[in-house]
Design a protein around this ligand. Structure first.
Ligand code: AMP
Length: 636
């Protein structure tokens, strides 16, 4: 079938289309209705059907492939490796599930998982899925403040964590940040389950903290039956940044998500049972959830879990892993490839990557030079995917499992089946024509796999995503897009203040709040500035309470270090601004709104445009002056 016809079928006959896709997974009890969208924009998929993500990803494969690899773990940081067959993974997940049950975790309870890339993190996610607990994985790079706000919102009964991880050869301790986060949070989990890797200090709070290895020893033969869940039960929440400082708990269901992932493995990724899928994402991000943990196993593939960076211990390590594990499909981010591009092709050619069929890239715009470089280097198709934490699987791409379609450099591709994508004029809400810029929107109902709501806040879900165009209930991605005459869509950047650093979504507001927490800062504004390697970096403009500090080089340097440390402690190094620029004042409109886009334009050396609303134009000159001496540092 042609991709366009396939897409048209999915939109014009949603029920027929998704009824057929639902056969890709096992249903313990058949659903009564494919779709209930009587309360738009809420969509309930496969209503009344009962299934389980863990069963579909693990148990279902036991008769045919119990001894085939399911989870292949490599830490290129510590030199450890472990492969679990489907049978072994099944066992470990039941042990973990039994531990959780012994700690009082029941169906519907939340479990926060704050862990490095180790097998136990995957066991914990699947254990939750098995018993109907709702996991909420928090990226290990987030620090106490970010973790505390997530613990408070999710109100978990249990937190699963470890002593530490390792990144680029350096130990990253987890426990101190976790203890600080729990101290800050109004909600206190009943227990903290700890995996001790022997990497970092692991102080224990008596009564609350329990040891994974000890509990596991007592439950080696535990049998934990699957809890069958109605399709619309929450499977997990995953927090993501928005324009406010309060993160949003994206909530996903069980049945719709399982069907969407299974369908994406068939049509978009073309994965075959018995093969190996390697996605480099951390499990704390949505790609980690969908394409490290769940989708490969749903398709009967092995998944490669990698603790490490693309350049440690050497810049050919990813290709070494591809060779060693005969990886068929790989999923990475443009930033990783840009980092590797700084090294030469010889590193790539040193390894036999002939097992690789396709490389998928996602999370940020894929620039043409990077796409060309890696396509030539690998000699296999490189496919861009555009999607979001909220959608769980690609909105725009090409679907070679439906019809081989040429890709177009700079465009992630076409709307995927199930997504009724419209580009709308931001002012009038009318659809724009080919070649015209508009906001990328999706007409509800959102397809299976997309967020059901925001955790505990239906009203915020509706107002945030569906309240942006008068008289129209459409989902806004908050991205600008443009479509060419052949239907290829190009993504031009965000319409809001969210920035994308190395594929990680950060809210500038959160970084501002962290900086404002420092007593020396009176006011600040954080903007995303184009960067050759990371796509964007955060640059912070701070107005100091004592402006004289900025005049003395030593005091200024010490202050900058202190401010960076404040962000590290609060949010994590991932959010650290590339530069702190002290300024006498921030440019504002007469009504007091900070002109972020003007600051951003100055940082990127662009024309700041219409300045008629600015209260004091002299402020811009001061910013220009402050930027001038180190202009190059921002671009470096
Ligand atoms: P996240 O939810 O953190 O994955 O961030 C989603 C955002 O990343 C999107 O709204 C886009 O701004 C950006 N993004 C993701 N994938 C792509 C892509 N393939 N091309 C351009 N931008 C992308």
């Amino acid at each position: 079938m042609k991709l366009q016809d396939f897409h048209a079928w999915s939109i014009n006959d949603r029920e027929g289309f998704w009824r057929e896709q639902a056969t890709l997974i096992h249903w313990h009890k058949p659903f009564e209705r494919v779709l209930d969208d009587t309360r738009p924009p809420f969509a309930r998929w496969f209503v009344g059907g009962e299934t389980n993500l863990c069963y579909n990803a693990i148990d279902r494969h036991l008769p045919a492939r119990a001894d085939q690899p399911a989870l292949i773990w490599e830490s290129t940081e510590t030199g450890q490796a472990r492969t679990c067959s489907f049978r072994e993974l099944h066992r470990e997940v039941m042990r973990m599930a039994a531990i959780m049950q012994s700690l009082g975790v029941r169906r519907g309870d939340r479990v926060v998982i704050y862990m490095p890339m180790i097998p136990e993190a995957v066991f914990a996610m699947y254990a939750c899925a098995r018993i109907g607990a709702v996991h909420s994985v928090v990226f290990g790079g987030f620090a106490a403040h970010s973790l505390a706000s997530r613990i408070e919102d999710a109100a978990p009964r249990l937190v699963v964590s470890a002593d530490g991880g390792s990144r680029g050869g350096k130990v990253v301790p987890y426990k101190a940040a976790l203890d600080e986060a729990i101290a800050r949070s109004a909600h206190k989990p009943a227990h903290v389950l700890l995996v001790d890797r022997g990497l970092a200090p692991l102080p224990r709070v008596p009564g609350r903290d329990v040891d994974y290895a000890t509990l596991r020893e007592g439950l080696l033969d535990a049998e934990v039956p699957v809890t069958w869940l109605e399709s619309n039960s929450p499977a997990y929440t995953l927090y993501t940044s928005g324009t406010t400082g309060r993160p949003k708990g994206v909530q996903r269901d069980v049945g719709g998500y399982a069907v969407a992932l299974a369908a994406s493995m068939k049509y978009i990724y073309c994965g075959k049972a018995g093969e190996t899928f390697f996605s480099g994402s951390d499990i704390g991000w949505v790609v980690g959830h969908s394409y490290v943990v769940y989708a490969p196993l749903l398709a009967g593939m092995a998944t490669l879990l990698h603790e490490g960076t693309p350049v440690h211990p050497h810049a050919g390590i990813l290709w070494e892993l591809v060779e060693r594990h005969r990886v068929s499909l790989m999923f990475s981010a443009p930033t990783a490839i840009r980092i590797l591009r700084k090294h030469d092709h010889a590193l790539l050619r040193r390894h036999d990557t002939s097992s690789l069929r396709t490389l998928f890239l996602a999370g940020e715009p894929l620039d043409e030079p990077t796409a060309r470089w890696i396509t030539e280097g690998l000699g296999v198709p490189v496919i861009d995917n555009y999607w979001q934490t909220e959608t769980g699987w690609p909105i725009l791409s090409v679907a070679h499992g439906v019809e081989p379609t040429p890709t177009r450099l700079g465009s992630p591709g076409m709307p995927m089946y199930g997504y009724d994508v419209r580009l709308l004029d931001i002012e009038t809400g009318r659809e724009v024509g080919p070649g015209e810029k508009g906001v990328v929107t999706i007409r509800p109902p959102l397809p299976p796999g997309c967020l059901q709501t925001l955790w505990g806040d239906d009203a915020r879900f509706v107002s945030t995503y569906f309240g942006n165009f008068p008289d129209q209930l459409v989902y806004s991605t908050f991205d600008w897009g443009i479509r060419d005459a052949d239907g290829y869509t190009f993504i031009l950047g965000r319409t809001d203040d969210v920035i994308n650093v190395a594929g990680h979504r950060l809210g500038t507001r959160e970084i501002e709040e962290a900086l404002i927490g420092h007593p020396a800062v009176a006011e600040c504004s954080v903007v995303g500035v184009a960067d050759a390697l990371k796509g964007q970096v955060a640059v912070a403009f701070v107005v100091l309470r004592d402006a004289s500090l900025a005049l003395r080089a030593d005091a200024r340097q010490a202050l900058e270090q202190a401010l960076l440390a404040t962000v590290d402690r609060g949010l994590g190094a991932v959010a650290r601004p590339a530069r702190i620029v002290p300024v006498p004042a921030l440019p504002k409109t007469r009504s007091g709104k900070i002109l972020r886009r003007t600051i951003q334009a100055l940082c990127e050396g662009r024309d700041p445009g219409d300045l008629s609303t600015i209260e004091d134009p002299a402020v811009l000159e001061a910013i220009r002056g402050a930027l001038a001496p180190a202009d190059k540092a921002v671009q470096a």
